[in-house]
Design a protein around this ligand. Structure first.
Ligand code: B12
Ligand code: SF4
Length: 464
C-alpha cells in the first residue's frame, strides 16, 4: 500500500522552532518495515500546496501527524487534499488526535489515531486491504453520526523493538539552511512520572508510564545518524527528562559508546530535582554539553500552582553542579500564572540573576486543552477562550500580544516588562562570560540561521 505522511506545518512562519517531526518519521519506518511504500510531505518550509497534488492523488492513504497548535493548519491542508483526492482515506495521528479525536473527525478526517501508533498504523493498513479497517485498535471513527472509540492496543513494552525513525524521508539540508537547525533529534524514553499541570495528563495519554530504550539500542541509532550526517553532528535528545535514565543507564551508554569508538555531543532536557554531581559527570563523559532545565518560577507558590514539585534551592544546586561539571545549563521560565503577583515576577528575575544560566527562554503562561492547568484555570474563572489553535503556541501568542489566561493581579505589559528585563540579563550574562561568547561564536559558524533568528528576537525584546 502507498502511504503519504503529511506534516502540516504549512506556511507557519520560521524561527527557532523548526525541528523535524520525529513521530512521523517513526510511523514511516514501521510502515516501511511492514512492506508499504511511504513518502513524507513535510510542509515546514512550503507556502504552496499545489506542487504536491500528484503525490496526494497517487497515494492509497494520506496520514497527517500534528500537535494542537498545528490543528488549524492541518484543517487547511486537509481541505486541499480532499479537493484533489476526494474520498480516499485521510487519517490523523499525533498529540491533538490523541487528546481530542472528536475534533479531528469533525474537521473531516476519516480516522483519528490515539497515542503511540507504530503498531496500530501497520494493523490499519492490513485491515484496510480487507475492508475491515474500522476494527483497528486505537482508532476513533464516526459512522452515521455515531462515534466509536476502539480500545487502545497495549503500549510497546520493549522500545528497542521499534525501528529507528527514517531520516531519509525529509530534507535535513532545508532544516539547516532555512531553519538553521544543526542538531539531529532522537529520543531514548517515552513517558514521564511527574505531574506538572501544564503537561499532564496529555503526556500520559500519549505514552503511558515511562519506558526506556537500552543504551546499546541508542548507540546503534547514534551510529546510523553519524554515518549519515557525519561524526561531528550534534544530537538533541527530545526526552522530557533525560536524567531519569539514571546513573547505571549512562554507565551502560558510556561502555556502549566506547565499544564502538563513538564520541557524540548532545543536548537534552532534565528536571533540577533529578540531577546530582555524580550523574551530571557521567552524562558529561557520554557527550552531554547542554542541559535545558524547566525552572518555571522563583516563587514557591507559583511552582505549586504548576505542580512542579521543585524548589528554588534545587534550581540553584542544579545550575551550580552543571557549571562545575562543564555542562552548559539553560533555563526555561514561565511568566503570567493567573494569580501571579509582581513580586513573584521579581522572584523569578532574582533567581535567574543568582543562577546565571547560559541561556534563558521566557514563555508566557497559556493553558493547553485537556491539561490539568486548563481545568484549574477554567475553574478559577481565568480562562479566555481562544478562537485559533495557534494561540496555544506560546511563541506565536506572545507576538500577537495575548494568552488564554486572564491575569488577576498583573497586566500583559507587566509580563512584557519582565520579559525585557530577563532578556537584558541574559544578554549581559553572555557578554560577561568569555566561554558563552565563544559558544555564541561557535553557533554563529555552525548554525548561522538559528543564531541570527535568536539574536533578532532577543534584540526585539530588549529594545522594543
Ligand atoms: C521536541 C518537542 C518539540 C520541538 C519539536 C516538535 C516536533 N517537530 O516534533 C519544538 C521545540 C519545536 C516544540 C514546540 C512546541 N511544543 Co513540543 N514537544 C516536543 C516533545 C518534547 C517531543 C516530541 C517528540 O519528538 N516525541 C517523540 C515522538 C515519537 O512522539 P510523537 O511525535 O508524539 O509521535 C507519536 C504519536 O504522537 C503518534 N503520531 C505522531 N504523528 C503521527 C502521524 C500519524 C499518521 C499517526 C497514525 C500517528 C502519529 O505516533 C508517534 C510514534 O509513537 C513533546 C513531548 C513528548 N515527549 O513527545 C512536546 C510536545 C509535543 N510539545 C508540546 C507543546 C505544547 C509545544 C509548544 C506549543 C510549546 C510552545 N512553545 O508553546 C510548541 C508548539 C509546536 C508546534 N507548532 O507544533 C506539547 C503538545 C501538546 C498538544 N496538545 O499538542 C507536548 C506533547 C509536550 C507536553 N507534554 O505538553 N516541541
Ligand atoms: S517533567 Fe516535563 S514531561 Fe514530566 S510532567 Fe513535568 S512537564 Fe511533563
Amino acid at each position: 500500500m502507498n502511504f503519504v505522511l503529511v506534516y502540516p506545518r504549512f506556511d507557519y512562519g520560521g524561527g527557532i522552532l523548526d525541528e523535524e517531526p520525529l513521530g512521523i518519521l517513526y510511523i514511516a519506518s514501521s510502515l516501511k518495515a511492514a512492506g508499504h511504500a511511504v513518502s513524507v510531505v513535510d510542509l515546514t518550509f512550503e507556502t504552496d500546496l499545489r506542487p504536491f497534488s500528484s503525490e496526494f492523488t497517487s497515494a492509497d492513504v494520506i496520514a497527517f501527524g500534528f500537535t494542537s497548535p498545528l490543528f488549524g493548519r492541518a484543517k487547511r491542508v486537509l481541505d486541499f487534499v480532499r479537493s484533489v483526492v476526494g474520498n480516499k482515506p485521510v487519517v490523523a495521528g499525533g498529540v491533538h488526535s490523541t487528546i481530542l479525536p472528536e475534533e479531528v473527525l469533525e474537521a473531516g478526517f476519516d480516522y483519528a489515531f490515539v497515542g503511540e501508533a507504530e503498531r496500530s498504523i501497520v494493523e490499519f493498513a492490513d485491515r484496510l486491504a480487507e475492508g475491515a479497517e474500522r476494527q483497528t485498535p486505537g482508532v476513533v471513527y464516526s459512522h452515521r453520526g455515531e462515534l466509536t472509540k476502539n480500545p487502545r492496543p497495549p503500549f510497546v513494552e520493549d522500545l528497542d523493538t521499534i525501528p529507528f525513525p527514517d531520516r531519509t524521508l525529509i530534507d535535513y539540508d532545508r532544516y539547516k539552511k532555512e531553519g538553521g537547525l544543526n542538531q539531529i533529534g532522537m529520543i531514548a524514553t517515552r513517558g514521564c512520572p511527574f505531574r506538572c499541570s501544564f503537561c499532564k495528563p496529555t503526556l500520559d495519554t500519549l505514552f503511558g508510564k515511562m519506558r526506556k530504550r537500552s543504551p546499546e539500542n541508542v548507540v546503534k541509532e547514534i551510529e546510523q545518524v553519524q554515518d549519515r550526517f557525519g561524526s561531528g553532528v550534534g544530537i538533541f535528545f527530545k526526552d522530557d527528562t533525560m536524567s531519569l535514565l539514571g546513573k547505571t543507564w549512562f554507565e551502560g551508554l558510556e561502555q556502549a559508546l566506547s565499544a564502538k569508538d563513538l564520541s557524540p555531543t548532545w543536548h537534552c532536557s532534565a528536571r533540577v530535582d533529578t540531577v546530582n554531581p555524580e550523574l551530571l559527570s557521567i552524562m558529561r563523559r557520554c557527550g552531554c554539553r547542554v542541559v535545558s532545565f524547566g525552572i518555571e518560577s522563583g516563587s514557591r507558590r507559583i511552582l505549586d500552582f504548576y505542580r512542579k514539585d521543585i524548589t528554588p534551592r534545587q534550581v540553584e544546586d542544579a545550575f551550580r553542579w552543571s557549571r562545575e561539571t562543564g555542562i552548559q545549563a539553560t533555563a526555561n521560565v514561565i511568566l503570567g500564572a493567573p494569580d501571579e503577583r509582581r513580586e513573584e515576577l521579581q522572584q523569578t528575575y532574582d533567581l535567574l540573576r543568582r543562577i546565571r544560566p547560559d541561556d534563558i527562554y521566557v514563555y508566557f503562561c497559556s493553558a493547553l486543552p485537556q491539561t490539568d492547568m486548563y481545568k484549574d484555570i477554567m475553574e478559577a474563572g481565568c480562562l479566555r477562550e481562544m478562537s485559533d489553535p495557534e494561540e496555544f503556541d506560546n511563541v506565536k501568542s506572545k507576538s500577537r500580544g495575548s494568552t488564554n489566561v486572564i491575569l488577576k493581579n498583573l497586566t500583559y505589559q507587566d509580563l512584557k516588562e519582565y520579559e525585557r528585563r530577563i532578556e537584558r540579563l541574559n544578554f549581559r550574562n553572555k557578554l560577561l562570560s568569555p566561554k558563552r561568547l565563544a559558544s555564541w561564536a561557535w553557533k554563529a559558524i555552525s548554525q548561522p540561521g538559528r543564531l541570527a533568528s535568536r539574536v533578532r528576537s532577543v534584540l526585539r525584546k530588549i529594545f522594543g
